[in-house]
Design a binder for this molecule. Structure first.
Ligand code: CTP
Length: 408
């Protein structure tokens, strides 16, 4: 038995590839770790492994067809989508990857993938040239951006007789990756985490405001990831069109920098970790016109005054046990400016985004960051989904606050 896996509901999807035989070991490993395992296979998968083997190992009924009559009156692919704590597709062919990336649901497995909101792990396995093919790579990228965990295939001897990248990751390594995912779910249990997200809107008159391009995606991804890691999360959000639906996330909506400041300062002293990802306006109109400003003169001057700096204010009153994370979006002298912000605002970690990196920054589903500590320890991430970046940031926060439980 493995503590973090005991009682977990694992759905394993098998598609048609020779590596399907290795998935039998994966089923057995999850079963012997105390998980309840249900398997959904495609018709082609059953050319490689038999229903009897799967059912014997999983000790559960195998699901293949979408319209199978069932004793219970529930719709299986929907109920299984909710039942699962995670879904693992191993091996994943180019076909299932393409279908999922483009929202096609024509069998039990592809339908389940669209229906679930649970973490999904995909372990591709195919011929090396197929794997390198741009369409396949593009589809994998789309899935990555959706937050799917891609378990990279390995380089080695392939069933087609060639050697190259396309061999499914070994079952024991897939198992470890999933196990680490569940371990990370407990990293923040009992911790209070406050996150700011989105832009602020500073009103000029009843119809106009000064805003910025922040979409809120990074802050929302952080709130979701922190909640998935067991934290009690308060998300203080500027205006965005995003939604969040997690029982551990309490969302407080604000409009202006002043409102965000008030809400954050009211709860800051109760928090363990505070991550300030919002793009707060630095200046706000000194006066807000009570009526719509009419177009009369060639020039219009609006006097702006500085807003309160939330990160710096929290930094000033930070208690020893609290961990404060700031963001820095820079266009030049990135590291020097970020470090200066870290020290000026008394943060413990600064997450640097560069607008120069393609695919990072505002309104993109992906990001690439460098995290810098007060003693200039740096952690660099690759370009990946904001959800994955959120996990990386929280892993680093955990590592810095609990150095004893660093994961391998
Ligand atoms: N921040 C804040 N309150 C503000 C302005 C910024 O809490 N009024 C926080 C941001 O959420 C971010 C960090 O401070 O975590 C850095 O924000 P940034 O806009 O990059 O820095 P500024 O201090 O505003 O400096 P500048 O705009 O001159 O680069």
């Amino acid at each position: 038995m493995v503590a973090e896996l005991t009682g977990k509901h694992i759905v394993i999807g098998i598609t048609g590839g020779i590596a399907a035989y290795k998935t039998m070991f994966l089923i057995r490993q999850f079963k012997s770790s105390g998980c309840d395992v249900r398997v959904v296979a495609t018709r082609s998968a059953l050319e490689f492994v038999t229903p009897l083997t799967i059912e014997t190992l999983s000790q559960n009924k195998l699901y293949v067809d979408l319209f199978e009559p069932t004793a219970q009156r529930d719709v299986q692919h929907i109920s299984m989508a909710d039942w699962a704590d995670c879904v693992i597709i191993a091996p994943a062919t180019a076909n299932i990857i393409g279908k999922y990336a483009h929202g096609i649901a024509d069998d039990a497995l592809s339908t389940l993938l669209l229906a679930t909101r649970k973490p999904i792990f995909i372990a591709p396995a195919m011929n090396n040239q197929m794997y390198a093919e741009p369409t396949v790579q593009h589809n994998i990228e789309l899935l990555r951006q959706k937050g799917v965990h891609i378990i990279e295939p390995q380089c080695g001897f392939l069933a087609c007789g060639t050697t190259g990248t396309g061999r499914m990751e070994e079952p024991e390594n897939i198992f470890t990756i999933v196990q680490n995912h569940f371990k990370s779910q407990q990293l923040f249990s009992g911790k209070r985490v406050m996150i700011t997200a989105g832009p602020t809107y500073e009103p000029i008159d009843p119809v106009r405001f000064i805003g910025n391009h922040s979409s809120g995606l990074m802050g929302y991804a952080l709130a979701e990831a922190a909640a998935e890691m067991g934290a009690d999360v308060t998300l203080v959000s500027g205006p965005t069109s995003l939604t969040i639906n997690h029982p551990m996330v309490k969302r407080i909506d604000v409009m202006t920098a002043e409102q965000m400041y008030e809400q954050c300062m009211a709860i800051a002293s109760e928090q363990d970790v505070m991550i300030l990802a919002a793009a707060v306006a630095d200046y706000t109109p000194k006066e807000v016109a009570s009526e719509k400003i009419k177009k009369k003169t060639d020039n219009l001057d609006i006097q702006l005054v500085k807003t309160k700096d939330i990160l710096a204010s929290i930094g000033k009153q930070k208690q020893d046990h609290q961990f404060l994370v700031g963001f820095a979006l820079e266009t030049q002298n990135e590291k020097v400016n970020a470090l200066q912000k870290l020290h000026n605002k008394n943060a413990d970690l600064i997450v640097l985004n560069s607008l120069r990196t393609k695919g990072a920054g505002f309104r993109t589903p992906t990001n690439q960051v460098v995290m810098i500590t007060r003693d200039e320890q740096t952690f660099e991430s690759e370009l990946k989904s904001k959800r994955e970046i959120a996990y990386d940031i929280l892993q680093v926060v955990n590592q810095l606050t609990n150095p004893q439980d660093v994961q391998e």
